[in-house]
Design a protein around this ligand. Structure first.
Ligand SMILES: Nc1nc2c(ncn2[C@@H]2O[C@H](COP(=O)(O)OP(=O)(O)O)[C@@H](O)[C@H]2O)c(=O)[nH]1
Ligand SMILES: [Mg+2]
Length: 331
């Protein structure tokens, strides 16, 4: 009996074939199983999908052994700082220049394409908040480095870098196609969840570069076409215009707050704020500072708060605000 597979199924199958990690493969397989027409002609395919699903699930729970488990994956960037933004863009659009300008990372800025071969993380700052930014190899209409998708899967925010002096529409289309194919945008398929219940879609913003050399107003066109769907900033790494706006927008989109911890009888540590997800409480802060101590948190006081007066006692449930100074008293 013919299988008569639907376009929907073929799309899921393509997704499976392009998937680069087991969690993504698993999600794609589950999608295939969900959309496959259920009749006799597809029974063998259904069985095959189920077999693949159990195999992945088994390997996920099996203890890792030998060298294979230890292999370092260069596309797996461990996170640090208040959040991680990963750049995506075509060759020469200015990705590496952003890192060269804002971080200490050693990147290759080149006037020829494909100067960046592997992802390179660097630390930029919004005021005193460190935010990690990841430079990546370029993508084109037909090529992206195998494994690159993992960088985007793991980040908090995707920065679509568009060279204003180039073909802006083509660049946007290539990036959006790649992100959509991998369910990385917060729209349509991006809302698809992985097996841990996490949506695959990520927030994204457009970083329009080379503002200094554009004559015609390409930025206005870009904003008109895509400004509704995501925030956009215009920058130049030559004149440094727009860079503060970029780091501020990234900070706001990360939905984090910074707070300064204070020990009773000591001045607050204003050098290194703690960054917490917006909506976190005083208990969450205590937990961040010291797991074991969190249970012993007795009381807390706050300064520089938009909702309390300086020195006010606050309960452990108090939702912390950006820039608050919090004094923690442990039993
Ligand atoms: N005028 C101007 N040139 C830039 C700007 N950003 C990058 N470039 C140039 O564009 C070329 C490619 O930059 P690069 O950062 O290596 O791009 P990547 O391939 O996306 O990493 C280099 O010659 C840079 O000097 C900018 O804001 N203004
Ligand atoms: Mg580069």
């Amino acid at each position: 009996m013919p299988a008569n597979l639907t376009p929907e199924y073929k799309k899921a199958d393509e997704w499976f074939r392009s998937a680069t990690t087991d969690p993504e493969r698993l999600t794609a397989l589950e999608e295939m199983l969900r959309v496959i027409p259920k009749h006799k002609g597809t029974e063998h395919i259904q069985a095959d999908i189920k077999r693949k699903i159990s195999k992945i699930k088994e390997s996920a729970t099996a203890p890792h052994r030998g060298a294979a488990a230890k292999r370092v994956d260069m596309f797996q960037i461990p996170k640090s700082g208040g959040g991680q933004v990963a750049l995506i863009g075509l060759p020469n659009c200015g990705k590496s220049s952003i890192l060269a300008h804002l971080t200490n990372a050693k990147v290759n800025v080149t006037d020829y394409p494909f100067g960046t071969e592997k992802p390179v993380p660097g630390m930029m700052k919004h005021e005193d908040v460190p935010i990690e930014i990841v430079d990546t190899p370029p993508i084109t209409a037909d090529y992206a480095a195998p494994g690159q998708v993992q960088v985007y899967r793991g980040c908090d925010l995707i920065g679509i870098v568009v060279d204003l002096s180039g073909d802006i529409l083509d660049q946007m289309e290539v990036c959006l196609k790649y992100l959509r194919e991998h369910r990385l945008l917060l729209e349509g398929d991006g809302l698809h969840a992985d097996d841990a219940g996490q949506t695959l879609g990520h927030k994204s913003l457009i970083i329009a570069t080379k503002r200094d050399i554009v004559v015609v107003d390409a930025a206005a066109t870009l904003r008109e076409l895509y400004g509704q769907s995501m925030p956009m900033v215009e920058i130049s790494t030559v004149t440094a215009e727009g860079l503060l706006d970029m780091t501020r927008t990234v900070f706001e989109m990360l939905d984090i707050v910074r707070v300064y911890a204070k020990r009773p009888g000591h001045p607050p540590d204003m050098k290194e704020p703690f960054t917490l997800a917006r909506g976190s409480s005083v208990s969450d802060l205590a937990y961040r500072i010291h797991r074991e101590l969190a249970d012993k948190l007795k009381s807390a006081r706050v300064w520089n708060s938009p909702v309390c007066h300086d020195g006010q006692s606050i309960p452990r449930e108090h939702i912390v605000n950006d820039k608050e100074v919090i004094e923690l008293h442990f039993a």
